[in-house]
Design a protein around this ligand. Structure first.
Ligand SMILES: *[C@@H]1O[C@H](CO)[C@@H](O)[C@H](O)[C@H]1NC(C)=O
Ligand SMILES: *[C@@H]1O[C@H](CO)[C@@H](O)[C@H](O)[C@H]1NC(C)=O
Ligand SMILES: *[C@@H]1O[C@H](CO)[C@@H](O)[C@H](O)[C@H]1NC(C)=O
Ligand SMILES: *[C@@H]1O[C@H](CO)[C@@H](O)[C@H](O)[C@H]1NC(C)=O
Ligand SMILES: *[C@@H]1O[C@H](CO)[C@@H](O)[C@H](O)[C@H]1NC(C)=O
Ligand SMILES: *[C@@H]1O[C@H](CO)[C@@H](O)[C@H](O)[C@H]1NC(C)=O
Length: 387
């Protein structure tokens, strides 16, 4: 080794070990498919999960009740939510014999009372007179969450949880083409307080959702938070992606999500409190994702921020990963680490870090959505990492 190289290595170790660009996560052993995430009564598209106390809350896109013949029926709800349980070892409660309209399944049993309305309310300018946001001219406001709720408060004494979700006001043609390339985004707040009675621990009541601001991000702004986010050390880091694929970053104290004056934006390598325009230059965080849908989280095992998801334009359940020591990067070049099975098209690829038993579990749960002639299904897989 040249003295110069050994000196550089010593310097990099002194600065705190591996820089993320040096770190390539490697799968250990053979990933396991654990089953489906199944709600026996509802056919649901594109689910994401987050921990609310001792359960996982799943939020999904278009959801249709099954009729008595097991056929997804009307109305379509543009979103729904449900709970799944953990077992006594603190792992997702994978069970056999779930009687679903799609047959006898195993996996996670989803439950919860959606009260025949979309989980995320449709605002009045979005053709809210029906549960799917379909307008009289045949266009549709598809109020579809892209990422799991961002938990900002979790009271360990009361079990109360507060979380936020930003959703694009996606206005689509009848053939699902976008009528507005970079639509405004609505901020929703999700609140949950468990009932105090132990006998209600398995209550099917879902959290309540309120609309904080219909146009939290306007059409001219990057919709920070829609693409994903992570809370670390009391700061929420929020990613937004414009239609051209640029991924930008904002930060705000986790307790001030609703206060627009508290936000800072990462522009040209520095934080500024002036919100940039959606197509401004200097916003892109290079390699902060592979371009498609995915999930940001923080890994305590690696001490790195992580994004896992699909490549831009990807069609199958091909999972990519990239990591960074700081939310603003530098992010490593995304690499493919797992290909799940799908019946053709797979989408809404997600990491589910909340399903891990604790922060030292060196693994990740993955989900993706596929469909067959009976409807949608969500597969759950478990991937362990080399230490
Ligand atoms: C809990 O579920 C996991 C699968 O997620 C399973 O491997 C484990 O055996 C279960 N533990 C108990 C106590 O049932
Ligand atoms: C998951 O759902 C699909 C579609 O219904 C089905 O073909 C598959 O057998 C299910 N897997 C499990 C483990 O139940
Ligand atoms: C959180 O803050 C502590 C103390 O300031 C710091 O050492 C640590 O690196 C921070 N963690 C992250 C992920 O930023
Ligand atoms: C931003 O760029 C996209 C093309 O990537 C374009 O369709 C859109 O009109 C632009 N929006 C603004 C506000 O300039
Ligand atoms: C980020 O991706 C580009 C290609 O898209 C690559 O040239 C660059 O080296 C990557 N950065 C890192 C840190 O790997
Ligand atoms: C963390 O979770 C893993 C996997 O379930 C388990 O093996 C380990 O014992 C847990 N560690 C602690 C400290 O609870």
């Amino acid at each position: 080794m040249s003295p110069r190289l050994s000196c550089l290595l010593a310097a990099s170790v002194a600065l705190g070990g591996w820089a993320s660009a040096d770190f390539t996560p490697t799968v250990s052993g053979t990933p396991q498919v654990l089953g489906n995430v199944t709600d026996p009564t509802i056919d649901r598209d594109s689910c994401t999960s987050v921990r609310f106390g001792d359960r996982a809350l799943w939020t999904c896109r278009d959801s249709q009740p099954y009729d008595s013949n097991g056929i997804p029926t009307l109305p379509v709800y543009s979103s729904s939510a449900s709970w799944t349980d953990f077992n006594s070892s603190g792992q997702p409660n994978v069970q056999i014999g779930i009687q679903s309209a799609q047959g006898d399944q195993y996996g996670l049993l989803c439950y919860g009372d959606n009260n025949q309305k979309p989980f995320f309310p449709i605002i009045s300018s979005e053709c809210s007179d029906n549960s799917a946001g379909v307008c009289s001219d045949g266009t549709r406001y598809a109020i579809w969450p892209d990422s799991p709720p961002l938990v900002t408060e979790a009271d360990i004494n009361t079990g109360a949880v507060a979380a936020y979700t930003w959703i694009h006001q996606a206005h689509l043609t009848p053939s699902l083409l976008s009528l507005d390339p970079d639509p405004p985004a609505t901020l929703y707040r999700i609140n949950y307080t468990p009932t105090s009675s132990a006998s209600d621990a398995d209550s099917s009541a879902l959290p309540t959702v309120t609309t904080v601001n219909n146009n939290f991000w306007t059409a001219g702004q990057l919709s920070y938070g829609v693409y994903g986010g992570v809370v670390s050390n009391g700061t929420a880091y929020l990613y937004g992606q414009n239609t051209a694929g640029t991924v930008g970053l904002a930060q705000v104290p986790a307790g001030s999500i609703e206060d627009q004056t508290a936000y800072q934006y990462y522009v040209n390598g520095a934080w500024t409190s002036t919100a940039p325009g959606v197509n401004d230059t200097g916003l892109n965080i290079e390699n902060a994702s592979a371009g498609g849908q995915g999930t940001y989280y923080f890994s305590s095992v690696w001490n790195l921020f992580v994004w896992i998801g699909q490549a831009s334009g990807g069609l199958g359940a091909d999972f990519y990963i990239t990591t960074a020591a700081a939310p603003e990067g530098p992010w490593a070049r995304p690499t493919k680490f797992y290909s799940g099975e799908s019946n053709g098209l797979a989408y809404s690829l997600q990491a589910n870090p909340s399903l891990l038993t604790n922060s030292s579990e060196n693994a990740i749960y993955l989900t993706w959505t596929a469909s067959n002639n009976m409807g949608y299904y969500t597969t759950l897989a478990y991937v362990e990492w080399e230490s």
